[in-house]
Design a protein around this ligand. Structure first.
Ligand code: ZN
Length: 444
């Protein structure tokens, strides 16, 4: 007997748990049955052999070995798109898998505006001397770094009765259930920063997951809504809050007490500039807040061109260098620090495309959510400067976290911020913060 939930859902309010569950489960199901299991098996087989080859090819600077793997991945990506035909652009189904409701056209228009505004900001800052970061190098004991990092994220609101912090090689957040959301970090005893900022980053993901309403636990709605919205929370807590002046007004004295020998002679401004220094660099994962998005937009454009067939795979290394020169003013002679540097095209889902844009969408939304929170509750920055985060955390929980996957990213952004996704708050944030840091007039 066929039972339909449609009429029942139609009688429920759109934002009720029931209607949202039926709407979302139906969409998930419709997508899942489009992918034949034989395709999924081929894609995961490619992902594992390709990843294995990449772990050796990257250190050996050997793009030639990866070329056939990448060719297969591009073919599989087109095949993936074919299961979701008709589509406007071949990358649309891949983007939709990460950012439901977004398309190549919508990401392109968002990024085009951002890129043209960002490049002059990067150029203006790059003309200035690079601030020193010597104060971050020295001897910083692992237990003290871990203790300091954990105390900060607990203060953010991370609930250690439902989670814990451990060490790893590549930091991540893992949710086993609503009652068990764990985070990991890595510690370098010769460098202060990595452990703390990656703990904050993963705690941002964890706060989102811990904040999903208990009623949604164990249902298809029981997690964050999209990769980009998830990333907005890791970046909000790591960058907007954790690299902010207000945060360190409270926490720099605490840090000095934790590492008195290392920071006694170091003034606040020196430290604050060191943790926010902007420098053009080759490696995405080392990039600062300002240049980071140029790395992402470049990857997005290149993978779209690969999928369209406008860029041949053998021409990728040179296309990469050309774009690096155009956007960042530097390029690596080798491929190790060029088009071989990220695992995304050589592992993961066995496809190319649909992954990178979420990082920049995360940055854009981190500022948009924060600006909306401060507009609603103007005391938030003053509270942060006292080491208090409950008002900000409460707003995010109310507006975003509790809803889990009830709403798609565009709906959640509209509901929480009163408008569609926009680069305006993010650019205003960068101009204000880095204009002040570098004493520059970064007016639009
Ligand atoms: Zn993240």
């Amino acid at each position: 007997m066929k039972v339909s939930c449609g009429p029942y859902a139609a009688g429920q309010p759109y934002d009720s748990d029931e209607a949202s569950l039926i709407r979302t489960a139906r969409r998930d199901f419709a997508k899942a049955i489009k992918l034949p299991s034989a395709y999924v098996a081929r894609a995961s087989a490619l992902a594992s052999t390709s990843y294995d080859a990449w772990t050796r090819a990257r250190p050996a600077n050997d793009f030639a070995t990866m070329l056939p793997f990448l060719e297969k991945a591009v073919d599989l990506s087109r095949e993936y798109a074919g299961f979701f035909a008709p589509y406007q652009h071949v990358a649309d189904p891949l983007i939709d898998a990460a950012e439901e409701g977004m398309t190549t056209a919508s990401v392109r228009s968002l990024f085009a505006g951002l890129r043209s505004e960002l490049i002059p900001i990067v150029c203006a800052i790059a003309d200035q001397p690079v601030p020193g970061d010597g104060c971050l190098h020295g001897s910083f004991s692992e237990p003290k770094q871990l203790e300091f990092s954990l105390s900060v994220v607990k203060q953010f609101g991370y609930d250690t009765d439902r989670g814990r912090l451990d060490k790893t090689h590549h930091p991540f957040c893992a949710k086993f259930s609503a009652g068990d959301v764990r985070i990991t970090t890595r510690v370098d005893e010769k460098h202060f920063g990595d452990a703390l900022f990656s703990t904050m980053h993963e705690a941002g993901h964890a706060l989102y997951e811990q904040g999903v309403a208990a009623a949604l636990a164990g249902t298809p709605l029981g997690s964050g809504t999209s990769a980009g919205v998830h990333e907005s929370q890791s970046r909000l807590w790591e960058n907007v809050v954790g690299r902010g002046r207000a945060f360190w007004e409270h926490y720099y004295p605490v840090l000095r007490n934790t590492f008195p020998d290392q920071f006694r002679q170091i003034g606040f401004e020196t430290f604050y500039r060191a943790i926010n220094r902007v420098q053009r660099s080759l490696i995405r994962t080392d990039a600062d807040e300002v240049t980071y998005n140029l790395h992402i937009m470049m990857r997005f454009d290149l993978e779209v061109e690969l999928l369209e067939g406008h860029l041949r795979i053998k021409d990728l290394p040179e296309a990469w260098r050309a774009r690096m020169r155009a956007d960042l003013g530097l390029a690596s002679a080798d491929d190790r620090d060029g088009c071989l540097q990220d695992v995304h095209w050589y592992g993961g889902t066995g496809t190319v495309g649909g992954g990178f844009q979420s990082y920049t969408i995360g940055n854009i939304l981190s500022a948009q959510f924060y600006a909306a929170a401060v507009k609603a509750l103007p005391n938030i920055p003053l509270e942060i400067a006292k080491g208090e985060f409950a008002t900000l955390h409460g707003w995010l929980r109310e507006q975003l976290y509790q809803h889990g996957r009830k709403f798609q990213s565009s709906e959640v952004v509209m509901r929480a911020t009163g408008g569609p996704m926009s680069t305006t708050p993010y650019l205003a944030y960068l101009r204000a913060k880095y204009g002040e840091l570098y004493r520059l007039e970064l007016a639009p």
